[in-house]
Design a protein around this ligand. Structure first.
Ligand SMILES: *Cc1c(COP(=O)(O)O)cnc(C)c1O
Length: 306
């Protein structure tokens, strides 16, 4: 299975007027494997590397609602290799967890302070049994993850050309930061000084959150100016997985008006953050791109639980 073949240009189109701006949306949630999303772009590159290394095991970590773990587990099952997921939460029956079970992956649950040593132990055990395990950081972090969105940036340039416009702002949900780091690398590579890439933090606070992104950019291209990283922690609603009534109302409204599922952990929160950011920064009448980073199973989790 060549997962890179799945990475084809995603639909980018005019959504509607929101917060006095023209909002366009890029549907990375529609990438065609395991509900798509930004983790698919990253995992496709990691699995290319894994297949080159002829690994027979993949080891990664993430939460019960991790989109990354779901896609890694699915890809592993698809090519018949084993998958171990290290997680810090007991199995809340999320759709992602159920899917990981369906894919036959093994989940090891440990307290957060033991994640690091558990990963080392699992890797060592596999090596000593003669296996060839491949490790992927949570969220698909690292240079390959950054590369995924450096490449996606070119796709956005093509989208602009076919739509006959430019996006002075790109908004998206920012977590471990490689999606944003990749987009920033693409922007720097093209010298697109006019463009602001605004990551709406769904978990981390500054300065740490922004620092991780500039570190990722530096790792990838050797330098990063702090002005290149716009990581807003103003709309976190208190942290990972938390949200407020405006987020829920907006998810309802965006699904009803546009038929686009958002979720309260990532894209719903980011979409709300974008609307608030545009208003608070008095940005009007511009063409704005919202990058939909996926997470459709989380929309369903929210729907059945609300
Ligand atoms: C992981 C994730 C993000 C954040 O991406 P990072 O590269 O970790 O910043 C955003 N949206 C969704 C749906 C995700 O699963």
């Amino acid at each position: 299975m060549n997962f890179l073949k799945l990475i084809q240009p995603t639909p980018t189109y005019y959504l509607g007027e929101e917060a006095n701006n023209q909002i366009y949306i890029k549907r990375d949630d529609l990438l065609p494997f395991s509900y798509g999303g930004n983790k698919l772009r990253k995992a496709a590159l990691f699995f290319e590397d894994l297949q080159k290394a002829d690994s027979d095991y993949v080891v990664t970590y993430g939460s019960a609602s991790s989109n990354h773990c779901r896609i890694v587990a699915n890809m592993a099952a698809s090519i018949g290799i084993k998958c171990v997921i290290i997680s810090t939460e007991k199995g809340e029956e999320t759709l992602s967890r159920l899917l990981c079970k369906q894919f036959g992956s093994e989940t090891v649950v440990v307290p957060v302070e033991r994640v690091h040593t558990t990963i080392e132990k699992v890797m060592q055990d596999l090596h000593s049994r003669g296996c060839r395990p491949y490790f992927i950081q949570g969220g698909g972090h690292g240079n390959l993850g950054t590369r995924a969105y450096d490449l996606a940036y070119d796709e956005i340039k093509n989208d602009e050309e076919s739509l006959g416009l430019t996006f002075p702002y790109i908004f998206h949900a920012s977590g471990t930061g490689t999606t944003q780091a990749g987009l920033i690398c693409g922007k720097l590579r093209h010298h697109d000084d006019f463009r602001k890439i605004v990551g709406i933090s769904i978990a981390r606070a500054n300065p740490y959150g922004g620092q991780v992104i500039s570190d990722s950019v530096s790792d990838y291209i050797g330098h990063c100016a702090s002005a290149d990283v716009i990581f807003s922690d103003a709309y976190r609603c208190g942290g990972y997985g938390k949200y407020d009534p405006f987020v829920e109302k907006t998810i309802d409204r965006v699904m009803t008006r546009y038929g686009v599922p958002l979720d309260p952990t990532y894209t719903g929160k980011a979409f709300c953050g974008m609307l608030r950011y545009l208003t608070e920064h008095e940005i009007c009448g511009r063409n704005i791109l919202f990058l939909h980073t996926g997470g459709t199973p989380l929309y369903h989790d929210w729907m059945v639980r609300r």
